[in-house]
Design a binder for this molecule. Structure first.
Ligand code: FAD
Length: 424
């Protein structure tokens, strides 16, 4: 059985991004997936325009919007109330053509010589010189390093236990409507208006609308819960979307597609960085804990991790554990772990916020200078810049938000302390 430099498990965005980066560094890369790697991915991937441009991947977008807004007012009780107006983001937002993105990465894999195997990874063993993965079908694959990129429930990676995980849930529809549900050419990141709900419902966990004009009379509307443990159910999301539509006199005239059943864990704890295999993508807690986005992170961090792995492999005697340690150090350096602790603290706070608090919070957040809120949402601020942005947000927010941020409940203090003493 030939020894590969790296065996990557999975064929989602995480696996493809890291397989390409490693192979382009000249490593011999094999990949193992439990199905055809060309099988279309189930999710849609959104990304900010500047992020996609930085990687010169704008041609892989299916849609791009300049008119990007959110709504953080209560709703139409007083239409003259300026808080009900749209908050413009003044930044492009794009949606990947997921087939094009997948094919782009698969072609790069092919050009760089990645070798595909089919099978369900079932067992992992490591010895002094290499690692072996055995599939349920009995295939044995050996490599100097294994990268587990099998998604949020990774097959081999272990994570620290941090208690309940906040899960984002959404219920979406693609279709045509009796009238445009958003302005022509518009993308709505978050519509928190809730005047269609009864006071009792407004006291329940808040949800918002994520919506976009897909062109040609088609729209995508998704009722979303930012993140909650236990998660907001599909039934509630569906009923809230129906209520929202009815309130605005909207009916679906042609239903193209319903999107339901997706659960996105937002604050997955960090993986144990001492294990002798590496992780990447959702498996390695790389999803942004506040936005739920992953693709920008993959593109930024894959080349950095690949370089660290190559450097560690230059020592022909280096064990899987030593190479994995170099990869982990590049993927989760201390500064990033400290930032992650702040994000986890933040999402814990937001989970407890009432609907008016949440609307006030986002009003203040998006009133920050663009460089701060954009850097926060893309995880591109340095640690000190992130602390500064959070502080600026705190001092400019109304007292209802400040009190919510100050009072420590449940595990919040423990999460905040991880900022000082990050896990490894
Ligand atoms: C509803 C929703 C919306 C999202 N929206 C966005 C967005 O707008 N923008 C964004 O950037 N991100 C978004 N994300 C987050 C993120 O991009 C995805 O979750 C992403 O698919 C995770 O990629 P991954 O490669 O880590 O894992 P996955 O996509 O889950 O891929 C895992 C791969 O591993 C394979 N596999 C699993 N077990 C085994 C095994 N034992 N042996 C072999 N192979 C195995 C699977 O077949 C699969 O190919 C969203 C996620 C969700 C759920």
């Amino acid at each position: 059985m030939a020894l590969a430099d790296v065996l990557v498990l999975g064929a989602g965005p995480g696996a493809l991004a890291i397989a390409v980066a490693l192979a382009e560094e000249g490593l011999k890369v094999s990949a193992l997936n439990d199905g055809n790697p060309s099988k279309p991915w189930p999710y849609t991937y959104g990304i900010w325009g500047d992020e996609v441009d930085a990687f010169d991947m704008g041609h892989l977008l299916e849609h791009r919007w300049q008119n990007t807004v959110s709504f953080f007012g209560f709703g139409a009780i007083d239409p003259k109330d300026v808080s009900n107006r749209a908050t413009p983001h003044n930044r492009d937002y794009g949606l990947f053509d997921k087939i094009k993105l997948q094919q782009h990465w698969l072609q790069q894999c092919e050009l760089a010589g990645v070798r595909w195997h089919k099978g369900l990874a079932a067992d992992f063993a490591v010895d002094a010189t290499s690692s072996t993965v055995t599939t349920a079908e009995g295939l044995e694959l050996r490599a100097r390093l294994v990268v587990d990129a099998t998604g949020y429930k990774p097959v081999f990676l272990r994570h620290h236990d941090q208690g309940p995980v906040a899960v984002q849930t959404c219920f979406g529809v693609v279709g045509r409507f009796n009238k445009p549900p958003v302005n022509p050419g518009q993308f709505v990141l978050m519509d928190y208006r809730c005047d269609h709900l009864t006071p009792a419902e407004q006291a329940e966990p808040p949800t918002f609308l994520y919506a976009m004009d897909l062109g040609g009379g088609r729209f995508f509307l998704e009722e979303t819960s930012l993140g909650l443990a236990p998660p907001v159910s599909m039934e509630i999301l569906r009923s809230r979307l129906e209520r929202r539509l009815a309130h605005h006199g909207l009916t679906i005239t042609e239903l193209e597609h319903e999107e339901l059943g997706f659960f996105l864990p937002m604050n997955l704890p960090l993986p144990d960085l001492k294990q002798p295999l590496l992780g990447f993508g959702g498996a390695a807690a790389m999803v942004h804990p506040a936005s739920g986005y992953l693709v920008g992170n993959l593109l930024r961090r894959a080349p950095v991790v690949a370089k660290a792995v190559v450097a560690a492999m230059a020592d022909q005697e280096a064990s899987s554990a030593v190479i994995a340690a170099a990869g982990w150090a590049a993927l989760w350096p201390k500064e990033l772990r400290r930032k992650q602790a702040l994000y986890h603290f933040g999402i814990e706070k937001l989970m407890r916020f009432t609907e008016p608090q949440l609307r006030a919070f986002f009003t203040s957040f998006f009133a920050l200078p663009t460089v701060q809120w954009y850097g926060f949402l893309t995880n591109t601020l340095s640690l000190s810049e992130l602390v500064e942005a959070m502080w600026d947000m705190f001092v400019t927010a109304p007292w209802s938000v400040r009190w919510g941020l100050m009072g420590m409940q449940g595990r919040e203090l423990k999460l905040l302390l991880r900022f000082l003493f990050p896990r490894g």
